[in-house]
Write a protein that binds this ligand. Structure first.
Ligand code: SF4
Length: 497
């Protein structure tokens, strides 16, 4: 542990050199969301409630964690690198983060941007007092906005788009009041943002007009809770009041949520990957149960790509619900033929194919009796580069599988994401420029089937034009500025294969 000053000017402890764990990434090559956000206002001390909420949402980000609370006329922030439990691992924090209003944040790492400077919550101080923010998403016009503000003399401490978002909000709220300022900022900000915001002891929840990232409001006996997913409400014994609506800015007061305004939008664009992979299966996002949508994906897959086989096996843990759905629809028995070591290190940056292969072998083993001599249907939620799938197919064959038929619970990923997910550049996707038959050959399977876009949309149960399908179609729900594209691609290109 080293001790340093947080941006609040108070002393805070930053945990460094923590090794993040990501139990759901066999090789770190799954698409990854960037963040979880939470907020609390109530009668109890907020720290413990925010801590529990962040631990529940750990799957949304393992690089860093932080909590900010208001007490004694100031906002105190404590944040650090690592898992929530690693950052908040001493008994002094609850006496430092006192107060009954607060926000929290966890962040996921993309290569080249893993640093303390980007850990949330962010905090600034101006004539209004202290303003803190937790942000899930990505501001696609952050670079031009930063340049514009710098020309006006504003100084930035980080390269993060969240700092741009905070500066924009702080400036506009100072000039136009809370509702007018947030509205003004929303007019200028492009991209995705699900936000919990504190202005001194006031708590707000804000969601971009397309509703790309989720945000939900709940209530327990202790008070009001805002969180990225409903599973955090469940664990805290809170009941869901409702989703924060796309384009909505809501103040959470002692007497309940007060809607400041809702910016109209011709459509929504909920990220389809929340349903396919990111969100916990026990969450309900925009009134759709995530687990149910994954089961439906399995049903669709079985109808679209039937095959004679002996057993359906998921890639753990990501393919489990889709595999169960496939089994239910096809009548082919489900079994756990692959076992994952939950405690091995992430293998995010492995320099060679051989090293990655060894790393996958360290993480996965087979139950041979479930595989030997059998025709296996192997189910996962997605394929990005294809390296992991290739290794798993080979692992099943070396364990005696007679046939390996791969079924994927999402359509092929062919385009980058600009809205807060670390999807690779176009040419890094195995599906880019390849036919399904060529991908099958690449991964060494006997057959390969991806669920169709129609199947995906029906499985989620929302109209197609209410979802973002950008990484599947290359058609985005909002303009992707070319400058953002350049910066994003530069960042993604720093990914070491
Ligand atoms: S581009 Fe893909 S991952 Fe990104 S928000 Fe849209 S659906 Fe989600």
């Amino acid at each position: 542990m080293v001790t340093t000053r947080t941006t609040s000017g108070k002393r805070g402890a930053l945990t460094v050199d923590s090794q993040p764990q990501d139990s759901d990434h066999i090789d770190g090559l799954k698409p990854s969301d960037h963040c979880a956000v939470v907020g609390y206002r109530g009668n109890d001390p907020g720290f413990g409630i925010l801590l529990t909420a962040l631990k529940t949402l750990q799957h949304r980000g393992q690089e860093s964690a932080g909590i900010a609370t208001f007490s004694n006329s100031t906002i105190n922030v404590r944040k650090g690198m690592g898992l929530v439990a690693e950052v908040f691992n001493d008994r002094y924090t609850d006496s430092y983060l006192t107060g009954n209003v607060g926000i929290g944040h966890t962040r996921y790492s993309t290569a080249g941007t893993k640093s303390m400077e980007n850990a949330g919550p962010f905090l600034v101080t101006n004539s209004l007092g202290h303003i803190a923010i937790s942000h899930n998403g990505e501001i696609t016009n952050a670079d031009p906005l930063r340049e514009e503000m710098m020309k006006l003399g504003l100084t930035f401490l980080t390269t993060s788009d969240t700092e741009v978002l905070l500066m924009e909000l702080a400036r506009d709220i100072t000039n136009y009041g809370v509702a007018g300022g947030i509205k003004m900022a929303m007019d200028r900000l492009k991209g995705s943002y699900a936000v919990t915001l504190m202005i001194n002891d006031r708590l707000f929840a804000i969601r971009d007009p397309l509703g790309i990232r989720p945000l939900v409001l709940g209530k327990s006996d202790a008070g009001y809770i805002v969180a990225s997913e409903t599973c955090a409400l469940d664990i805290l014994g809170a009941r869901k009041i409702r989703d924060i609506k796309p384009g909505e800015a809501v103040e959470i007061t002692d007497s309940g949520p007060q809607v400041l305004f809702q910016k109209p939008s011709p459509r929504t664009a909920h990220c389809m990957f929340e349903y396919v992979y990111f969100a916990r299966p026990d969450s309900v996002i925009d009134n759709v149960e995530v687990f149910k949508s994954r089961i439906n994906l399995g049903h669709h897959l079985a109808r679209e790509y039937p095959v004679e086989a002996d057993v359906v096996i998921p890639v753990p843990d990501s393919g489990r619900a889709q595999a169960l759905g496939y089994s239910q629809e096809s009548g082919i028995p489900y079994s756990e033929g692959l076992i994952k070591n939950r405690f091995s290190d992430r293998t995010f940056i492995m320099p060679t194919q051989e090293a990655r292969k060894k790393a996958v072998a360290l993480k996965l083993n087979t139950i041979k009796s479930e595989i030997e001599g059998k025709r296996v249907i192997l189910v996962d939620d997605s394929i990005v580069r294809g390296n992991t799938m290739k290794h798993i197919v080979s692992l099943l064959r070396s364990s005696g599988a007679a046939e390996v038929h791969v079924r994927i619970g999402s359509p092929p990923i062919v385009a980058p994401c600009y809205f807060g997910v670390d999807m690779k550049t176009k040419d890094q996707f195995v599906a880019t420029g390849r036919t399904i038959e060529e991908i099958r050959e690449e991964i060494g399977a006997d057959s390969l089937g991806y669920v169709s876009i129609t199947g995906l949309v029906e499985s989620i149960g929302k109209p197609e034009n209410s979802l973002c399908l950008g990484c599947l179609t290359g058609m985005y729900p909002t303009q992707v500025p070319s400058q953002a594209k350049t910066v994003r691609q530069k960042e993604l290109e720093s990914f070491t294969e």
